[in-house]
Every structure is written in structure tokens, then in C-alpha cells.
Design a protein around this ligand. Structure first.
Ligand code: IMP
Length: 439
């Protein structure tokens, strides 16, 4: 961690998103000089609570709430200019100073109105196989990027080129709408006019994020790379096709900001003490009916971006172990432990079976994952309030036992435990447990 001299730390989600990365980044950002997002767009919703006030951030890194931290959005992100400007206006209105604190990679791609239109249309056309996207235009924006038909922030410096790209993309989008027999259309001239209005304020943010981070590290700065979504929503390693469109895992952090992988010193994986998923796709430990309702209401499990109810379930040690490996975790942060305070008994998946046979690996196919059955281990609940705990030793013995089981399954040492929404409701766990690390 930073206090031990590490310069660059990546924070990643190890489940299906909504693990509480915003809270952990917020805690770590206190000592950072730069916080940078490396992928995703306004599909993310990071909730941070500071002195009773709630901030939901979609694009701007959570570090913005600490004065003096420079916040960057890397080339791997996709940015809706209007959403970003609105988020900036919202923060300013609440007294957050953004002057020279925000930068956006000139290589990042823009999310434009036709991407949102296509996202909704393509989802509707998928019928029962729909992914359950956030409808923010993320998939179509990344599709344009990979197809080499996207518009990058830096392209706005040349309005003639931007107009060419937008007109071609609108024409292709309108063709798709016609083929899908849908009525919505997008007018390229309207998009260009709207873009022209935000061009100056947007270009003011443009920077070379990779260079800034490399310079910052060279000067002894401390950099946090903030992931969005979760590892099981990763375009390659997640439960494809029920995934997002970017590399959410730690390998994407270097490429998504423009530094070498050797410059990342630590990778902290964030897991909830149980599991949730929002959107469609396989979820082996999903809870049915009333039990789901109990966990959803205790954990306030509703999407920060879409408000959709999240699907709750028990902690899945198989999925987390797989994701921990893909990320090369050096440490683990467990969030929302307090949500389990009232349970008499807890379950944790320690294996899967497929057609009655034990399965030794995490399936690479969503269809197969849909058919596995979790092998559960039952653990006694602690039935005590943990929200006041500030040290490992303050936690009930049964809660420590539960956490140690999660740690074994994940294969990475617990470094943080979060026991509530407030900044101070956090436990720093040292290697020798009872002894908190200085700082
Ligand atoms: P998209 O990222 O909007 O294309 O949605 C693809 C999948 O990722 C859907 O299942 C979404 O619910 C999920 N997803 C996207 N962003 C988040 C997030 O921040 N938290 C949890 N799930 C997300």
C-alpha cells in the first residue's frame, strides 16, 4: 500500500460489479496524488458517503472528493460529454472545486446520442436473450472504437473530421434502426450542433493521461487506478455474452491509462461479503424469493445508475477464486460485512457440480455456468452489530472466521474490511491481523 512505498495501486471489482469499489477508492484516495479511471463509462455508479452526504459518481473518479487529488479518465474509458459536464456541474453546485483537477484522455472515445439509441434498440431486438445493459450506449460506443469508426476526444480539435465521423456513424445507425423496423432516427446535424456547444469546455479537459501518470510516478506521486464494473463482467473473462464491453480486470488498467504493466505495484480486489448481480446472465449462488428480498433490503441492493433491483446471493468462492487469479490480486477488501450481522447461518459456495459430478474449474461458457450447482459450506452467523468495529480484534470471532474463509477461497490476504457506508467505518487489516498497520 502507499504507506509502504508503493507508487501505483489498481482497485478492481472481483464479482459482478457493485462490490463497493467507490468506498475503497475513497479510503485509499486520501493518500493519492492521482486517481484514474481506466475503462467503462457512465454505466458505472460509484456511491460514496462523506459526513452524511451521498455522492453518486458515474464518470468522474471517486478521488474528486479529496481536494488536491488530480482525477483522470483514461483512453480506455468511453465518455458521454453531456453526462460528464452535468456531473461536473452537480459537484460544483455542492461546493467541490474542480479547477485543474480533472483531465480526460484525448484518446478516449465519445459516447454520442446514436450509441444510446442503438443500445436500447439492440437490447429490444435480443428479446429473451437480452443482456440487461444499462442503456447508456456503452456497447455501441466500444463497437465503434474497435470498428475504427469512433470519435475520440482529440478529434474535436478538427471539426471537419468530427463532422465526417458523426455523419457516417449516424447514417449507419439509422440503417440499423430501419433494418430492425424501429421508428427512432438520429439527425447528424443536431448531434454536431450539440457537440459544438460543448466542444470548448470539453477540449479544456483533454490531456495525455499516460504521460501525466508516468510523470507523477517519476516525481514520487501515488497513483490509484480505479476499475468499474467487475471481473465477471469483463469482456474476455466474464460470463460472455452477459458482460460489459471493456476489460474490467487488472490487465486492462495499464492499457486503459497508458502505462506499462510493470508500473503497477499492487492490485486490490474488492468483494462484497455476499454476491449481487444486476442485469441478466448466470448466477450460481443466486437466492430465491424471500431470502433474496431480505438480503436486498438489508444491503439496499438497487442499482446506483439504473435503480434496478440487484439479484442477491451467497458468496461464491469458486467465481471469486477464478477472478482473483485473472487479476493477480495482492490483497482483498471485503465490503458490506455488516449487512450479514443479523443472519443466524451463512452459506458460502466452495465448489460446483455439473450433472452430479464435481467441477474443478470455473466454466468458460455461460450456458454451462447456468447448469452448475453450488456446493455450499454452512457457517454460523455472529448475530452481533459490527458497524462500530474499527480494528480486526473488535470483530466477533465468528465474523473473523467467516472472513478468513473468504480469504482462503479468494487466495489473497484481506487488507480492508468495510462495516458501513461512512468513511470511518473501515478496518485496516495488517498481516498480523490484530495489529493495525501504521498510517
Ligand atoms: P453495459 O455495460 O451497459 O453494456 O451492460 C452490460 C452488463 O453489465 C449488464 O448486465 C449491466 O447490468 C452490467 N453493468 C454495467 N455496469 C455495471 C455496474 O456499474 N455495476 C453492475 N453491473 C453493471
Amino acid at each position: 500500500m502507499f504507506e509502504e512505498g508503493a507508487g501505483c495501486v489498481a482497485v478492481v471489482g472481483v464479482q459482478w460489479g457493485d462490490e463497493g469499489k467507490g468506498k475503497i477508492v475513497d479510503v485509499l484516495a486520501e493518500r493519492a496524488t492521482i486517481v484514474a479511471r481506466y475503462q467503462g463509462g457512465a454505466n458505472a455508479g460509484h456511491t460514496v458517503r462523506v459526513e452524511g452526504e451521498e455522492f453518486v459518481l458515474h464518470l468522474i473518479p471517486s478521488g474528486i472528493l479529496y481536494p488536491g487529488v488530480r482525477c483522470l479518465m483514461g483512453n480506455g474509458t468511453v465518455v458521454d460529454p453531456w453526462t460528464l459536464l452535468e456531473e461536473m456541474a452537480g459537484l460544483r453546485a455542492r461546493g467541490i472545486d474542480l479547477e485543474r483537477r480533472l483531465g480526460l484522455s484525448s484518446r478516449a472515445h465519445l459516447v454520442l446520442p446514436y450509441h444510446r439509441m442503438l443500445d436500447r434498440a439492440l437490447e429490444a431486438s435480443r428479446g429473451v436473450d437480452r443482456i440487461g445493459t444499462t442503456g447508456r450506449g456503452i456497447g455501441p460506443a466500444y463497437r465503434d472504437k474497435v470498428n475504427r469508426t469512433g470519435l475520440r476526444v482529440g478529434d474535436l480539435r478538427d471539426p471537419g473530421r468530427a463532422a465526417e465521423v458523426v455523419r457516417a456513424a449516424c447514417s449507419a445507425a439509422n440503417d440499423t434502426m430501419e433494418r430492425l423496423e424501429l421508428d427512432d432516427r438520429v439527425d447528424p446535424e443536431e448531434v454536431l450542433e450539440a457537440l459544438e456547444a460543448v466542444r470548448p469546455s470539453f477540449l479544456e479537459l483533454a490531456t495525455d493521461v499516460g504521460q501525466e501518470i508516468r510523470d507523477g510516478l517519476g516525481e514520487g506521486g501515488r497513483v490509484l487506478l480505479e476499475g468499474a464494473q467487475g471481473s465477471l463482467l469483463d469482456i474476455d473473462h466474464g460470463t460472455y455474452p452477459f458482460v460489459t464491453s471493456s476489460t474490467t480486470t487488472a490487465g486492462g488498467a495499464a492499457a486503459g491509462v497508458g502505462i506499462g504493466p510493470t508500473m503497477i505495484d499492487e492490485v486490490i480486489g474488492v468483494v462484497k461479503a455476499y454476491t449481487t448481480r444486476v442485469g441478466n446472465g448466470p448466477f450460481p449462488t443466486e437466492l430465491p424469493g424471500e431470502e433474496a428480498e431480505r438480503l436486498r433490503s438489508l444491503g439496499d441492493e438497487f442499482g446506483a445508475t439504473t435503480g434496478r433491483p440487484r439479484r442477491p446471493g451467497w458468496f461464491d468462492g469458486v467465481a471469486v477464486n477464478f477472478a482473483a487469479g485473472v487479476n493477480g490480486l495482492t490483497g482483498l477488501a471485503v465490503t458490506k460485512l455488516d449487512v450479514l450481522d443479523s443472519f443466524r447461518e451463512l452459506q458460502v459456495a466452495v465448489g460446483y457440480t455439473l450433472e452430479e459430478e464435481p467441477l474443478a474449474r470455473f466454466p468458460d461458457s455461460a450456458a454451462e455456468l447456468e447448469r452448475v450447482r453450488p456446493v455450499y459450506e454452512r457457517l454460523p452467523g455472529w448475530e452481533e452489530d459490527t458497524t462500530g468495529a474499527r480494528r480486526w480484534d473488535d470483530l466477533p470471532e465468528l465474523a473473523r472466521g467467516y472472513l478468513e474463509r473468504l480469504e482462503q477461497l479468494a487466495g489473497a490476504p484481506i487488507q480492508w474490511v468495510s462495516v458501513g457506508q461512512a468513511r470511518r467505518q473501515i478496518i485496516r487489516v495488517g498481516p498480523s491481523r490484530g495489529v493495525p498497520i501504521a498510517g
